[in-house]
Design a protein around this ligand. Structure first.
Ligand SMILES: NC(=O)c1ccc[n+]([C@@H]2O[C@H](COP(=O)([O-])OP(=O)(O)OC[C@H]3O[C@@H](n4cnc5c(N)ncnc54)[C@H](OP(=O)(O)O)[C@@H]3O)[C@@H](O)[C@H]2O)c1
Length: 328
């Protein structure tokens, strides 16, 4: 396959609102040792892309400055030391950055085959949420069958994945969301109870059930003390973002008295080796869920690559349910 020297992409022209995302032409990246070059068909849009665009989430050293953490497409070139993939293979992959472009490089171990029965468009929306939910809900949070699991932001890309994965693992799933329509979507995906947080108190709902064994939270702020109250004895809280802020007063005596665990993580700065391990776990444990239809990306909308600014505006308007994708 002969490769062009330059490609279409979308760059962050300066930190700011969605309209700072601008189409541009940049050199096609070259895969280094252990890396593959992917010709991107579709790129997933994620909330961390909006944080990066706003100047609040810098790419890790060595990563492309272009936004875009996941994509699906065709392997266009392989670097030295890559055994698993060959040119022409269809893959979806977690990217260190650079997904809003015609081509991107990523470590070969961060790519996965397209699950049987899925197209490239849907597969592009799997990596970021599946890596995040698997590593935080299963590995860090230790979710077990029969446990009560609460996810906030149930209609988000992360939330729709978490509901389905937890239900497939045999957990009892509770979700919060900001409208009746979003709550209905959460129930359709397998939540036994969806809580419209504008009308109902999630703490009361969970306490009536005996408390949550595990909470996955992206809201933070005043949700922190409320999450602590909603946890059952020995419950775990896993924090993956702080949409409402990182600082709050919290009575840690409750953590001690009920033997709670508060933890959290962010995916992007973790080592390539850690992400390789998550990818192999996903292939073994989660791709079979996708193939049998127990976990499907919930597709909200598609925008052409050049309209990435409109895609971000839709995401930040928060009327979406599930994933937004860019067609390259
Ligand atoms: N730690 C990690 O490694 C990692 C990786 C990926 C994503 N994340 C984080 O996970 C979260 C979800 O990501 P995503 O890509 O799935 O985003 P998304 O689809 O845009 O979801 C965000 C959702 O959160 C809900 N929400 C609740 N309180 C909110 C508030 N104060 N401001 C804005 N939204 C609020 C919104 O729905 P309602 O109508 O219900 O409010 C919205 O749909 C983001 O915060 C992201 O940064 C973390």
């Amino acid at each position: 396959m002969s490769l062009p020297e330059t490609m279409r992409a979308v760059e962050i022209s300066r930190p700011g609102a969605p309209d700072v995302l601008r189409p541009c032409t940049v050199p096609v990246p070259v895969p280094g040792y252990g890396q593959i070059l992917i010709r991107i068909a579709y790129a997933g849009v994620n909330r961390p892309d909006a944080l990066q665009r706003a100047g609040a989430y810098a790419p890790p050293p060595g990563a492309s400055p272009l936004p875009g953490l996941e994509a699906a497409g065709t392997v266009a070139a392989v670097g030295p030391g890559v055994a698993r993939w060959t040119v022409g293979d269809e893959v979806c992959a977690l990217l260190p950055g650079g997904g809003y472009a015609e081509y991107a490089v990523t470590p070969a171990g961060h790519a996965l085959p397209i699950p049987e029965g899925l197209g490239l468009r849907e597969a592009a929306c799997l990596p970021e949420t599946c890596f995040t939910v698997w590593s935080n809900v299963v590995l860090r949070g230790g979710l077990r069958a029969g446990e009560r699991f609460l996810v906030h932001g149930g209609s988000s890309g992360i939330g729709t994945t978490a509901i389905q994965m937890a239900a497939a693992l045999g957990a009892r799933v509770f979700a919060t969301a900001g409208s009746e329509e979003k709550c209905a979507a959460c129930r359709d995906l397998g939540a036994e109870r969806a809580i419209n947080y504008r009308e109902e108190d999630f703490v009361a709902v969970l306490k009536a059930e005996g408390g949550a064994d595990l909470i996955l939270d992206m809201v933070g702020g005043n949700y922190l003390p409320r999450n602590v109250k909603a946890l059952a004895t020995e419950g775990r809280l896993v924090q993956i973002a702080f949409l409402e802020g990182t600082r709050i007063e919290l009575n840690f005596a409750e953590v001690m008295m009920r033997r709670l665990t508060i933890t959290g993580s962010t995916l992007r700065p973790q080592s390539d080796l850690a992400k390789d391990r998550y990818a192999r776990d996903l292939e073994t444990h989660v791709w079979p869920m996708v193939v049998r239809g127990a976990l499907r990306p919930v597709m909200d909308s598609e925008f052409p690559l050049e309209e990435a600014a409109q895609a971000h505006a839709r995401m930040e308007g928060s009327s979406h349910v599930g994933k937004i994708v860019l067609k390259v």
